[in-house]
Design a protein around this ligand. Structure first.
Ligand SMILES: Cc1cc2nc3c(=O)[nH]c(=O)nc-3n(C[C@H](O)[C@H](O)[C@H](O)COP(=O)(O)OP(=O)(O)OC[C@H]3O[C@@H](n4cnc5c(N)ncnc54)[C@H](O)[C@@H]3O)c2cc1C
Ligand code: FES
Ligand code: FES
Length: 1371
């Protein structure tokens, strides 16, 4: 990276001793002048004239005379400049959707620094003198696309596309700094960019093409480079299958990039830069230019924060509503950016960003002997794992320290390392030690409000001194630590006797804490087992947490403190041994070889199309998602990208803060006073039906008299801007009278018989009788937590009144426009023919944009109807998570009867789901659960019972898999328990009990199990299961604290919606006179590539290239009465409808073609037009006859089954619960794939979503029913760091499916369950750890197997020291 990184070479003199006197003299002189200018008292209601903000965006100069200090760059780009390529995903720096590149000229080094940043946190006023590049600035389809955009698109790295511009910009910034990056650089650059669709592998593969390292094709097998030795000759010579062609990619040409604007260089070089001030409606922003000015400002306004990176202050203002009338931003104060070396260490300016501190340290380390840089290296390690690159690029060193987060990663290591601060105020300069006295309380330090940290001293380490940092977080990267620590020990020369030791922890209370007693117990003692053994107990006593400690995870956090100390002990012991200070035999404690961090290229096997297939026919080929390029350039239009219309209003919702209460008052008077507010909509305003009826229950659109969960919608505020609407919504006052005994958990609901009816039972054989004849029985239970959809595009809609005959146009991010249309019509009391619903594409849905979306659109339509103005509603991430519900958490109980040879003879499974406060689709979810209670097993006596519990939590809803992931998980857990009871490998019990040949399910649905067994066997073979199992056993024998585990898990998944009328589909195909074709159908493009697949279908049927076919949008006025895009059946049904329409048209052209057999498509169409042949046709597909008779317990509830198997291996750190997925192999029967790249993308994405469900995603509620986890900071979905190191996908060859188009199968949902194979591999590894402690047999591990649960399950000596109170339930 250029920029400040180079600055170390030019380290200045000791500024701390020289500058102080002069500085203070100037301060005093300047005092009276500044006093009047900046002292901002009280309310800044009226806007003053401020300075002009000047910066560049995409090479164009922006001058803003009224820069609003409350505005960040994101709304400025999207709303003011209409640069909508930069997306909103969370608003808090946690998702990377808003990533842009900032470049700044640095006069001191005369270099330009390019860095990625989150536009959602970048204050507009901070940008003076900066050049910003957004996704639109690097390439477009109108000019030239950038190689990054091209490669991510062509590698199939863009599905719904909502994350793509952010990914592109992170990668683009990396390339601006390093045109030939390493894989490590790439994974670091993308660590802060979340994608909910792709599973990251294709994005990584696209970016990998920029690396110089060999991109091995793995033709010699996994881990075997093709360049080593002979090519594997046992493989038949065949054309290598590739998902994309690397040969035809545009080269990266750095000379084509936008140059840094020379005007900004001149501005930066100005000798006397002027102080800048910007005034907004409520805030003033000042950019001082010197330390003296800064000190003065801070003295006059001690409560005004100093904003550097805005990564603490920004989220506080946004999410907690904190208002700072004045903000001082010292980014132009040079003294905060100095680096000064002394014989004892280095002073770093407090203004340096964390990335810059990291690169400064990295530059320094090689310049000194290793013994001097122990602290530097520990800091580098901690910095690499702290937040994301975008955050580290802006967050400042001083900001991190002064923010005094309880789990700051830097403070424990800085404190343990004896660092100190140089602090300035009008009273002068002082040095403050960073020790236990520095941290006073949550977010508070000993610094006085007016004090400014100018620099931070980081000392060199001494001979015999060792420093280490450890952290454990819910996710490896981009996550605040659960516990983090800094540890330093100094030994007497040449001995193992401790002379000095310092240990600090973060995450163990409201402040960074010092384990002083523990340290005392170590001083003057030899570094050995005898010393350490009693010290763990001292530490445990010293850092105890009450059971109700904020942040929860009490046992885990305590055990981590011990584990970290133990790790420190081991590492230092090893070090002493290497230095020949000791000669102890450490074999058992030797740290084992760490896993490689780099993601290997994966294998993808799919069937090539037959040689006879015409070159023009795209069916079966890996065609790129048809919008991938526009998604990568930011041109793709999502709902909130639609330009504002004249007079448009923004709608903000007001939701209940009580779980169960009567509404006793609603006061909107204050809200109506907020500038720009137009109206408030309540239930009383609804002209038509006030409820939506689902599964026989009514759900109120807006609560009128009573609320039944926190987050229930009560009213909506309408204002001219988002900011005004949000502010006014916060000002609405609602009074409540609590109703007794809200129900939150499944247990409470069961106790109170609080269910949505009907409850369901299904049974084959005679379970009760069969239990009498088995060798053994076992009873168990397991929980699986809920899962937030976390589609990257939040719920969004725009309702526009047409202005006559009560017509409305609704642009909605919905998976089911027909339902939205119907809901709006019913709500407004108008016929459906007055409402048209349009969906261009949606930024992910996963089942979460069906029912609640219709309700939200209905409320928005009432606002549009009432005001007769266009109304837009786009939920913020936190609101979306609060209001819209999630996947149903499930408690599964089972009793299983089996023979000693492993045959399961009887099983009785009971499922309770937490449905929340309304039924939504909960009964249907329970039904789907019961259809899959057999998974792939032929259990002759099988009973499944299911109930949807009614609770006072936000209503849960459909989510990819619709109950199957919960159902099959309980089944597989049961099989695992049987294996453990019998002491046999789980895969053998699975094989023994699988369906074989032509089979009947427990609801008498006939199917062939052949492909299921083929998937299983091929998965075992491809993964080299038996050999690796033996290798794992060997590894586990040698390794005490890291264990490996492996599992192979099968799935049989029923596709289609279990309702006869719900799988029908329609299409409308027009051919225009120039021969171009437009296809419309009822399916929604939500990233799953349906438009791409159906373009392929139309191309085959019309015998024309796909390039002549366009798919514009889905709308209710082109294709009416569509079904929901769900249940992995959308391409099947809509594909058939498109085929039907195209065949009709092609048939109509027969006479024309026969008349002119040599003619072209264009000439035939012209002739057809002259002959007055209709060139427009509808297509229809009725869908399979699906039914279920619950009385008889039989039916055909699905169209067909998809089969798959997945083998995963993990390595688990038993001391911390941290795990890595070493390898994943998945074999899937997708029939004859319509598009292997799209299908493989769906498989990888679903698997990663499943990995999230079963290992990391946790919804947490307060005791009063408030969802705590309302954003990516608290709720972790998988990121790049969670990708298996080796990820191989094989599509089962030679598979046919007579039940879907061209013998294909739908694949959106089935593979999600296979993420559980990571869970079971973790459980396997934990079993190995338990075995070492003498624990055998079944043990309980709930899903998700977070580091917390996995660590506690390992039952190490450390976790066993902690009195374990019952872990919280997951619902
Ligand atoms: C998504 C996200 C993830 C994060 N993950 C982590 C993580 O894993 N580990 C971790 O440790 N941190 C993490 N952070 C916190 C982040 O590191 C801090 O917010 C950041 O370092 C604060 O620096 P800033 O410059 O942005 O502070 P600002 O928000 O600009 O200011 C913060 C506070 O510091 C004060 N301040 C700033 N500079 C000075 C100074 N020189 N003298 C006196 N006071 C000063 C300000 O007055 C203000 O009160 C994360 C933050 C976000 C948003
Ligand atoms: S929107 Fe900025 S990081 Fe999520
Ligand atoms: S493609 Fe990444 S979120 Fe959809």
């Amino acid at each position: 990276m250029d920029g400040h990184g180079a600055g170390v070479a030019a380290i200045s003199q000791d500024f701390h001793t020289m500058a102080t006197e002069d500085t203070l003299r100037t301060l005093c002189l300047a005092e009276s002048f500044f006093c009047n200018l900046y002292k901002v008292g009280g309310n800044m209601a009226t806007r003053k004239q401020g300075d002009t903000l000047c910066f560049y965006i995409n090479g164009k100069k922006v001058t803003e005379n009224h820069a609003d200090p409350e505005m960040t760059l994101l709304p400025f780009l999207r709303e003011k400049l209409r640069l909508t390529g930069t997306k909103y995903g969370c608003g808090g720096g946690g998702c990377g959707a808003c990533t842009i590149m900032v470049s700044r000229y640095q006069p001191a080094s005369k270099t330009i620094r390019h860095f990625s940043a989150n536009a959602c946190l970048l204050p507009l006023c901070q940008l003076h003198g900066a050049a910003v590049i957004t996704v639109e600035g690097i390439g477009s389809t109108k000019t030239r696309i950038h190689p990054v955009q091209e490669r991510i698109a062509k590698a199939h790295g863009s599905q719904c596309g909502f994350c793509t511009p952010g990914m592109v910009m992170s990668m683009y910034t990396l390339l601006r700094n390093r045109p030939q990056p390493t894989m490590e650089d790439i994974t670091q650059a993308l660590a802060g960019n979340l994608c909910r669709c792709t599973g990251y592998r294709p994005i990584i593969d696209g970016c990998r093409t920029f690396c110089q390292e060999a991109n091995c094709c793995q033709i010699n097998g996994v881990g075997e480079c093709c360049l080593n030795g002979e090519k594997n000759i046992s493989e038949p010579e065949q054309e290598k299958q590739q998902l994309f062609n690397k040969e035809d990619l545009l080269p990266l040409d750095p000379t084509q990039e936008l140059i840094f604007p020379p005007e900004l260089i001149l501005m930066a070089e100005t000798a006397n830069p002027e102080t800048l001030t910007f005034h907004g409606e409520r805030m003033t922003w000042v950019l001082p230019t010197s330390l003296e000015e800064l000190v003065h400002l801070k003295t006059s306004n001690p409560n005004a924060p100093l904003v550097m990176g805005n990564t603490n202050i920004g989220p506080d203002m946004k999410f907690k509503g904190v208002l700072h009338p004045l903000i001082i931003s010292p980014t132009r104060v040079m003294e905060l950016f100095e680096v000064t070396q002394t014989p004892q260490g280095v002073w770093f300016g407090a203004g340096w960003s964390l990335s810059e501190v990291q690169s400064l340290l990295e530059d320094l380390v090689p310049q000194f002997p290793a013994t001097k840089t122990e602290l530097f290296k520990a800091l580098i390690q901690q910095l690499r794992n702290l937040a994301s690159q975008q955050i580290r690029n802006v967050a400042s060193l001083g900001g991190n320290i002064v923010s005094a987060y309880p789990n700051s990663d830097l403070n424990p290591i800085l404190a343990a390392g004896n660092c100190k601060l140089s602090v300035f105020s009008s009273g002068g300069k002082r040095e403050v030690a960073l020790n236990q006295d520095f941290f006073v309380s949550l977010g508070k330090t000993v610094l006085k409000p007016e004090e400014i940290v100018v620099s931070v001293f980081i000392p060199f380490s001494r001979k015999g001194e060792f420093v280490r940092a450890f952290r454990q977080a819910p996710r490896k990267e981009s996550a605040f630590a659960t516990v983090t620590t800094g540890m330093r020990v100094l030994f007497s020369e040449g001995s193992r006797v401790v002379e000095d030791v310092s240990i600090y922890y973060g995450g163990m209370g409201p402040t960074t804490v010092c384990a002083a007693k523990t340290c005392l117990a170590l001083i003057a003692k030899p570094w050995n087992d005898d010393t350490l053994s009693p010290v763990y107990d001292i530490l445990l006593e010293e850092l105890t947490l009450p059971p109700s400690a904020p942040g929860g995870k009490v046992e885990f956090r305590q055990s981590l403190t011990l584990s970290f100390l133990f790790k420190f002990y081991l590492e230092i012991l090893q070090k002493l041994r290497e230095m020949n200070v000791i000669t102890d035999e450490l074999l058992e404690k030797m740290p084992i070889q760490p896993l490689p961090r780099e993601i290997q290229p994966g294998l993808h096997e799919f069937q090539n199309v037959s040689k006879d297939q015409s070159n023009q026919d795209p069916v079966g080929r890996p065609i790129m998602h048809r919008s991938a390029i526009s998604q990568a350039t930011g041109e793709a239009v999502y709902c909130d990208d639609i330009p504002r219309t004249e007079g448009e209003l923004f709608l903000a919702l007001v939701t209940s803060s009580r779980a169960h209460a009567k509404i006793t008052g609603l006061d909107v008077s204050e809200a109506l006073q907020v500038p720009g507010v137009v109206d408030v909509v309540t239930a009383g305003d609804i002209p038509g039906k006030k409820v939506r009826t689902l599964e026989g229950y009514d759900e109120e659109l807006l609560a009128e008299k009573e609320v039944s969960c926190v987050g229930q919608m009560i009213c909506a505020v309408l204002a001219d801007t988002r900011a005004h609407a949000k502010r006014a919504a916060a000002a609405v006052k609602i009074s409540y009278e609590d109703l007794p005994e809200p129900v939150f958990t499944i247990e409470e609901a069961v106790e109170k018989s609080s269910f949505f009816e009907p409850q369901r039972t299904i049974e084959r054989g005679n379970v009760t009788e069969a239990f009498k004849s088995v060798d053994q029985t076992f009873e168990g239970e397991v929980r699986i937590g809920g899962q937030e959809h976390f589609y990257m595009e939040t719920q969004s809609m725009l309702v526009v009144p047409v202005g006559e005959e009560a017509e409305f146009k609704a642009y909605v991010s919905s998976q089911w426009p027909t339902l939205t249309q119907l809901a709006i019509a019913e709500t407004l009391g108008i016929p459906s023919n007055r409402v048209t619903c349009h969906v261009k594409r949606i930024g992910g849905g996963f089942g979460g944009k069906i029912c609640k979306t219709a309700i939200l659109a209905s409320i928005t339509s009432v606002a549009a109807w009432k005001t007769n103005r266009a109304v837009r509603c786009v939920l913020e991430r936190g609101e979306d998570m609060l209001i819209t519900g999630a996947r149903h958490p499930v408690l599964g109980k089972y009793k299983v009867g089996f023979m000693n040879d492993g045959r399961i003879v009887a099983a009785d499974l009971q499922y309770f789901t937490n449905a929340g406060n309304t039924v939504d689709e909960s009964v249907s979810v329970v039904e789907k659960i019961l259809f899959h209670v057999d998974n792939v097993y032929n259990i002759p006596n099988l009973r499944g019972r299911g109930a949807a519990c009614r609770t006072n939590l936000p209503s849960n809803t459909a989510f990819r898999g619709f109950g199957v992931p919960q159902s099959a998980f309980v089944v597989e857990n049961m099989i695992n328990d049987v294996a453990m009871v019998l002491g046999r490998p789980a895969d053998q019990i699975r094989e023994t009990n699988m369906y074989k040949g032509l089979s009947l399910t427990h609801y008498k649905f006939e199917f062939s199990a052949e492909n299921m067994l083929r998937c299983w066997e091929q998965c075992k073979a491809k993964s080299d299961y038996d050999a690796r199992r033996r290798a794992i056993e060997q590894f586990n024998q040698q390794s005490r604290w890291k264990k490996r585990g492996m599992s192979i898990i099968p799935i049989k998944h029923g596709n289609a919606i279990t309702e006869r009328s719900s799988n029908q589909a329609g299409a409308l195909v027009h051919i225009y006179q120039d021969g171009s074709v437009v296809v419309t159908h009822g399916g929604i493009e939500m990233g799953q590539g349906i438009h791409t697949k159906l373009q392929q279908v139309a191309s085959r049927e019309l015998h024309i290239p796909a390039s002549k076919i366009h798919i514009s949008e889905t709308s209710t006025n082109t294709v009416p009465n569509s079904s929901a895009s769900a249940a992995s059946f959308t391409a099947d049904s809509n594909g058939m409808a498109v085929k039907n329409a195209c065949q009709t048209l092609y048939q109509r052209l027969v006479p024309i073609r026969e008349n002119n057999p040599k003619g072209s498509w264009e000439t035939w169409i012209k002739e057809a037009f002259s002959e007055k042949i209709s060139l427009s046709a509808t297509g229809f597909y009725g869908g399979p006859d699906i039914y279920m008779d619950w009385e008889k317990m039989e039916g055909r509830p699905h169209a067909y089954f998809v089969f798959a198997a997945c083998c995963c291996e993990v390595e688990l750190d038993c001391l911390t619960g941290d795990y890595t997925t070493v390898r994943t192999d998945i074999v899937v029967d997708v029939g004859r794939s319509l598009n292997p790249s799209v299908d493989i993308g769906q498989i990888e994405g679903a698997f990663m979503q499943g990995l999230g469900l079963y290992t990391m995603e946790e919804l947490k509620f307060s005791p009063s029913g408030l969802l705590y986890t309302r954003g990516p900071s608290q709720y972790k979905i998988p990121a790049v760091c969670d990708l298996p190191l080796q990820f191989n996908i094989y599509l089962l060859p030679d598979s046919d499916n007579p039940h879907a188009i061209y013998s294909s199968k739908g694949i959106g949902e089935p593979v999600l369950f296979l993420g559980s194979s990571v869970f079971f591999a973790i459980k396997d590894a934990a079993a190995a750890a338990r075995l070492q402690s003498g624990l055998v047999g079944p043990f309980s591990l709930d899903s998700p197997s977070t580091p917390e649960r996995a660590c506690l399950a390992c039952a190490s000596v450390f976790t066993q020291k902690i009195p374990v109170s019952k872990l919280n339930g997951t619902d």
